[in-house]
Design a protein around this ligand. Structure first.
Ligand code: MG
Length: 451
């Protein structure tokens, strides 16, 4: 995907005071206000030490264009998404660098329906930003600023949709991120006994922010010691969820995606499950008997939300723990997701048992070095060669190239941020997976050499 000067795969992201500066935040505020031509915008921020200065600058820019600002302060991304709809705003902006290290920060813009700005909308913002041609209003039309806290409303609405018969012991690890101010409280209001880890929202992160088996070892240990029923973890802005089961084992993202998609079909009825081209077969095989039809989009929450908004569906999720529950909102929401996970346990049983029903296949990943300027040509060569040398039934080329048949799939995709080509593949047996990877690697290396 072609990236602009400022906006990348997930809004604006970079080192504070180097790439992401208060000056830039001011201009983004002006650009958003110019794009909207007035109206109302919700602004929320994560716990990073640089968030307050960026938020203040962004709000200044918005107000100067005549936009009314509702500042919800420290807020996980899903709470900002919720507030956009609650306050009937025209857009939302989050100051966050998601799972990146503490010295990073970023800006992400959201639509009135709760989904992120599409690449086209970001390109338009970028054009306004570059032109410096911002909307200016006279003194008596400057936007008003008010502060609000939508947490109570969020919890009240969530409790209308999620109901438990029993109470559970839940360990919540918010990673010192913005989830700290909401996720443990929602779990408590659901009637659970909550043990909260890393919930001091200081901007100093005790663990790596990406939820994975390594970063959640403390959570896993707590589950074993406290004999808890489940662990819920988030990244810095809590749009993602990682789950640790009742035995203290991190539940692989693909397995969790299958389980929750299956539960959504049980809860809301048959229908479409939206995922991305890098998701494996387990999801298809697990949800088919439950009346689920899997649709694949480009990688990224905005592509999943866009598909759900345009064509409907029961559930959308990526194999990175980013889930969108359209009955709730089009903003990825790791906190509401946490409530649904407990409801699933309440109805169906412990996750360690449920996970046994999800089929396991062999997934292999490889990275082949490829200079950015060679990526397009190399992909062209791969497209032609892959077509010839593999015996596949279907080709999906919405994001990279995925070829598949009923026994395996291979995805060739250039990285959006690094000078590498990624190969992801899945097969039913180790032997087939290895053999396919050998051929795929050879093909990509050859393509990069010739590009
Ligand atoms: Mg995130």
């Amino acid at each position: 995907m072609l990236m602009g000067k400022y906006f990348g795969t997930s809004g604006i992201r970079g080192l504070f005071n180097e790439c992401v500066t208060p000056e830039l935040a001011l201009k983004v505020g002006k650009a958003v206000g110019t794009y909207l031509g007035g109206g109302r915008v919700v602004v929320g921020m994560d716990t990073r030490t640089s968030s307050e200065t960026l938020k203040s600058a962004l709000i200044s820019g918005l107000l100067s264009t005549g936009v009314e600002v509702i500042d919800i302060g420290l807020a996980p991304t899903p709470l900002t998404g919720f507030a956009i709809k609650l306050y009937e705003a025209d857009a939302g902006v989050t100051i966050t660098a998601s799972h990146n290290p503490p010295e990073y920060n970023g800006i992400k813009v959201w639509q009135s329906n709760g989904m992120a700005y599409t690449p086209d909308m970001e390109a338009e913002l970028e054009r306004i930003l570059e032109s410096g041609n911002f909307r200016k209003v006279p003194w008596n039309e400057i936007g008003t600023l008010r502060r609000a806290d939508p947490r109570e409303e969020y919890i009240r609405k969530a409790l209308e949709m999620v109901k438990l018969n029993d109470s559970y012991t839940v360990v919540v690890d918010s990673g010192n991120g913005a989830g700290s101010i909401l996720s443990p409280y929602l779990q408590r209001e659901l009637g659970n006994k909550v043990i909260s880890l890393n919930s001091h929202p200081s901007g100093f992160f005790v663990r790596e922010l990406e939820p994975n088996a390594k970063s959640l070892s403390g959570l896993a240990k707590t589950i074993r010691v406290m004999k808890a029923d489940v662990g819920i973890a988030h990244d810095g802005d809590a749009d993602r969820i990682g789950v640790v089961d009742d035995e203290g084992n991190f539940v692989e993202y693909e397995v969790m995606l299958s389980l929750i998609a299956g539960y959504m079909l049980r809860k809301f009825g048959r229908g479409k499950i939206v995922t991305t081209v890098d998701a494996g077969f387990a999801l298809d095989d697990y949800v088919r008997p439950l009346g689920g039809e899997v649709i694949r989009t480009r990688v990224g929450d905005v592509a999943v939300a866009d598909e759900l908004a345009k064509h409907g569906g029961i559930f959308g999720g990526e194999p990175s723990g980013t889930w969108i529950i359209p009955q709730w909102n089009l903003t990825p929401d790791g906190i509401f997701a946490g409530a649904l996970v407990i409801e699933m346990i309440d109805r169906l049983g412990p996750i360690s048992e449920l996970a046994k029903e999800v089929p396991r296949y062999v997934t292999l990943r490889a990275k082949i070095p490829c200079p950015n300027e060679k990526k397009a040509r190399a992909m062209g060569i791969i497209a032609r060669e892959a077509l010839k040398s593999f015996d596949y039934e279907r080709l999906i080329d919405i994001d990279g190239i995925r070829i598949e048949n009923s026994d395996w799939w291979i995805l060739f995709r250039p990285s959006g941020t690094e000078p590498i080509m990624r190969i992801t593949l899945e097969a039913h047996t180790e032997e087939t997976a290895k053999e396919l990877m050998e051929r795929a690697e050879k093909l990509v290396k050859e393509a990069v050499r010739r590009a």
